[in-house]
Structures are given as C-alpha cells and as structure tokens.
Design a protein around this ligand. Structure first.
Ligand code: NAD
Length: 513
C-alpha cells in the first residue's frame, strides 16, 4: 500500500459547549438558517447537477429548498475521490490512535455545534430540545465509542503445523457505501460512519432525500476535526437515482443500509448482481410489547409503553406498536394508556417547548390515516386518537392512537405503520401471549414486562427478535450493545464491536518457516 501518512490535527482539549450552556434559549427562526448546498465531496460543498427535489419542513409543510440530485456520473466522482483519498491521505494505514484522535475531536465539534442542531431540528421530525439533549449527544457518543474501538480489536493467530504460522489479518474494505433513512438522520449517519472510519475505510453516504441537510454539516465538521478531505463524502438524491448508483458502483466494496425492508431487499439483490458485495441491512419492525399480570406498578408500565410507541411520532424502527396484555391487568393498563395519550400537544420543531414529533410528510400522514381507517372498517375500536391533531393545518401531527379488536389480517396489526398507533390484544396464558408476539415478517425488537425472572427469561428465549428489552423499552446509551433484526428486520448489526468488525475484511495468511 502506498501513499503518505496524513498530518493529524493536534488533539487539543476543546472547552465545554458554550452555545448550549443555556438550555432555555434553544428556540430559533427556521428562515434564518442557511441550508447547505447539495453534496459534500472532497471536503467541499457542491451544488450539484441533475434534477432537483423539493425538500419540505415536516413541522409546517413549507418548502425548505430544492435538492440537486447526484446522478450516476456524480456518484462515480464521489466514489473515486473516496477511493483515492483513503490510500493517498494515509487514513487506511496510519496508526489507529491517529484515527481515534480525529474521531474524538469530531465528536467534540458535533456536541457544541449550534448550526448542526438547528439543521437537524429544522429539516427532520426531531424537536430542538430533543436534538440538543438526546440526538446530538447520542451521535457524538457513538463516534467516541468507535474512536475507542480503533485499536482494540485484533485478528487471530491459529494453532497450525509446527513449521508454519497461520494468521487472520483484518484490513479495511476501502470505500463503504452508506445509505440512511429520514427518521434519525444524525445518529443513523454516526452508526454508519463511526465504525467504517475507525476501521480505516472511506465512506460515501447518501442521506434520505427527505432530510438531507444535517448530514452535510456533519461531514464538514469531520474535515474540521482533521479527517482528510475525500474520506467522507455526501451525495444527495433519491434512492432510485443516487442510492442505486452508489450500491452498484464497482469501487464500493461494502454497503451499509438502514431503511425499509422492501428497499433492503432491493439493495441486497443489487449488491449481489454488482460485485457480490457484503451488505449490512437494518430494516423495519412491528415490535410487540408483552405485558404480564405481574408486570408491577401500572403507571410505570404504561409510561414505558407510551414512550415506546410515540417516540419520534412512532417513526422509529424499534417502535413497540403491538400491545399484548394479559387479561388480569388489561383494563387498568388500557385506562392509564388512554389518559397518557391525551397529554400530547403538537408544536413546531424549532420551538424549545415542543416535544412531540410531526409525521415526516403528507404521504406518511396519509398512510397512517388509511391504515387506521381500514382497521375501523374491519371492526377495530379506536380507544383514543384516530386522527391528526388539526386536519386542516400545515404540518402533520398525529394523535397517539390505541386500537382494540383488530382482526388478525388487519394492516394495523401486520404492517409497519410508522406512526403513533398501538394495537391492543388480550391473552390469558403465557403460551398464547408468546404466540401473539410472533410476527410473520419482522423480528427487530420486543418488550417483555413481568417481575417474574423465570417468565422473563422464558419469553426472551421464546421471542424471535434481535433485541429483547425486559422491564424497559428503548435503547440505552451503551453502544457496546449491538442492534439488528431477525428475519425481515435485517442482516448484521449496527453498534457494538460487531459493527466495527463488519467494516473490515479478514485475510488468512499462512507462512512456512
Ligand atoms: P426507505 O427504505 O424508503 O429509504 C431509506 C434510504 O434508502 C433512503 O435514503 C432512500 O433514498 C434510499 N433508497 C430507496 N430506494 C433505494 C434503492 N433502490 N437503492 C438504494 N437506496 C435506496 O426508508 P425510510 O422511509 O427512509 O425509513 C423508514 C424505514 O427505515 C422504516 O422501515 C424503519 O423501520 C427503517 N429503519 C430501521 C432502523 C434499524 O435500525 N433497523 C433504523 C431506522 C429506520
């Protein structure tokens, strides 16, 4: 491998965030925020070629800007830039400690950048308070975690015949293509870029065309932190035009994707027919919340359940959207859930007092409406919600909704709705509860609520899901715990050392002496 070793930016201690010291001053005027132009390639913003896409603000449905799409030629340019940069800059073969220092510094810049927070709040469904207190620290910490991984995981030495030495030598792939969804633009980008960069790869990332802006700022901060220009590039555009060109590019050696199961299947097939490259697929879910009679204090359980299906307006892959509750606790729990659901209020994401997320766009709001209407027509009983907060206003805020008596074939029970809708099913014994928890397509997560250790462990074993949360619902900030689905919910893991190791390929070496 040739190329110079990049000159690392000296690692300095950055003082704590001054911008966000006063957390009572977070509100901002969305029209005052400059939107980054188009793509980010070779350390520069590029307004780009190709036809434009309208990008709307989820909170009020107003046009934020036109997005130039990268066509196959521009994707080719970005991938070639990345391929050259990763070797010529020395990023792939410098000391892992040097990479770690750059990533640590990047995390510091992320955590104190007001512009990044505003771009995320303006362009996505995340209220500014939530962005500053959760999304940004979560993003920065994921990158710190992978900085720490850079020199922690080695290869292997095998017990071979006497006069030979067998080894497994990890090396970076080169260029990794990353594709992210709109529901958590920053943290999803950090889950892809953190491990890939720490392992010595370059990345070309395509964010969702619905939430393009904050990711460009993220890449700009990486270069400010000392990442060599060209090692992280952002290309904008639709999945059909830009995403598929990225997956098919011969110099993209691995694809890391988060999004819907349908798109994941397409990407797996495109990757198979364009170089047989490995894919990591983090896909959709329809996760059960299994509540037993002995779940403990009803209020606390209800709060967990409500957080689990309303976070980000229900637009979370992990949303726990199927309540499966044992008869003895059902009435008390449902009454408490209905009361809690009535406490939500809509509010634009740039207002510091807002805490409830809008739907990403009109299409998503309509999809939720259609599924709720279909459930109603099939005899489903709407216990609370069932409509938008303001059917005529701009922005698409959906009321938290509970539906009982859903038929087994109802789309409300079968499909990933991606809205704040919880179906309710009641069971009598454990075996029936576990049978209801199974889903024919998805296996992303499950919540189990019981104070019986034995029952909890039986349920954990009995549910086919990549993550089982017992007496909690949702991730912690423990990035060592990987995440990923079974069946139609995906292949491979994000987070944990598994994601780092999946960003390297392993060469078997045998030496005779
Ligand atoms: P989506 O599949 O529509 O799009 C995801 C990304 O793929 C976007 O950037 C899109 O432009 C791109 N894309 C679309 N078609 C493509 C193609 N043919 N080739 C290449 N790229 C293509 O998903 P979405 O609506 O943006 O996000 C919501 C989905 O993401 C939900 O299903 C949700 O469960 C899932 N998700 C999963 C996880 C997880 O960790 N498992 C996390 C977040 C979101």
């Amino acid at each position: 491998m040739s190329g110079r070793i990049f000159t690392p930016v000296p690692y300095t201690i950055i003082p704590p965030a001054d911008k966000f010291k006063d957390l009572t001053m977070l509100s901002f005027d969305p029209d005052s925020v400059d939107l980054p132009a188009g793509h980010y390639i070779n350390g520069r913003q590029l307004s780009g070629k190709g036809s434009g896409l309208a990008v709307k603000r989820p909170s009020d449905g107003r046009l934020a800007g036109e997005l130039a799409q990268a066509d196959a030629a521009l994707v080719d340019e970005a991938v070639n830039v990345a391929d050259r940069a990763v070797t010529e800059s020395g990023w792939s073969h410098c000391s892992p400690r040097q990479r770690a220092a750059v990533l640590m510094r990047w995390a510091e810049l992320i955590q104190r950048d007001q512009r990044l927070a505003q771009l995320e709040a303006l362009g996505s469904t995340r209220p500014i308070h939530d962005v500053v207190n959760h999304e940004i620290p979560f993003t920065a910490d994921a990158i710190r975690f992978y900085a720490e991984c850079a020199d922690k995981y080695s290869g292997d030495v095998f017990p071979t015949q006497d006069a030979s030495l067998g080894m497994l030598v990890p090396e970076p792939y080169g260029v990794i293509g990353a594709i992210t969804p709109w529901n958590f633009p920053l943290s999803m980008a950090s889950w892809k870029c953190g491990p890939a960069l720490a392992a010595g790869n370059a990345v070309v990332l395509k964010p969702s065309e619905l939430t393009p802006y904050s990711t460009v700022r993220l890449a700009e901060l990486a270069v400010q932190a000392g990442l060599p220009a060209g090692v992280l590039n952002i290309v904008q555009g639709s999945g059909a035009l830009t995403g598929s060109a990225l997956v098919a590019h011969p110099l993209v050696r691995k694809v890391s994707f988060t999004g819907s199961t349908q798109t994941g299947a397409r990407i797996m097939s495109d990757a198979a027919f364009n170089g047989m490259k490995p894919v990591t697929l983090e896909l959709g879910g329809k996760s059960p919340q299994l509540v037993f009679d002995d779940a403990g204090e009803v209020n606390r359980v209800a709060e967990r359940i409500v957080r689990g299906f309303t976070a980000n307006g229900g637009q979370a892959c992990v949303a726990g959207t199927r309540l499966i509750v044992q008869r003895g606790i059902a009435d008390a729990l449902i009454a408490r859930l209905v009361a809690l659901c009535q406490g939500f209020r809509p509010g634009v994401t740039w207002d510091q007092n807002s805490s409830y997320a809008p739907m990403i766009d009109a299409r998503q709001a309509d999809k939720v409406q259609q599924i709720v209407n279909a459930a109603r027509q099939q005899g489903g009983e709407i216990l609370v919600g069932g409509q938008r907060f303001d059917a005529t206003g701009d922005g698409y805020f959906w009321q938290p909704t509970l539906i009982a008596n859903v038929t087994t074939d109802s789309p409300a029970l079968q499909e990933e709705i991606f809205g704040p809708v919880l179906t309710v099913q009641i069971f009598d014994d454990e075996a029936e509860g576990l049978a209801l928890a199974a889903h024919p397509t998805y296996g992303l997560c499950a919540g189990v609520h019981t104070l019986s250790l034995e029952r909890a462990l039986r349920a954990m074993r009995g549910i086919a899901a990549g993550t089982v949360w017992i007496n909690r619902y949702g991730r912690s900030g423990d990035f060592i715990i990987p995440t990923g689905g079974f069946h139609g919910s995906g292949i491979g893991k994000d987070l944990g050392r598994q994601a780092f190791e999946a960003c390297r390929r392993y060469k078997s070496v045998l030496i005779d002496f």
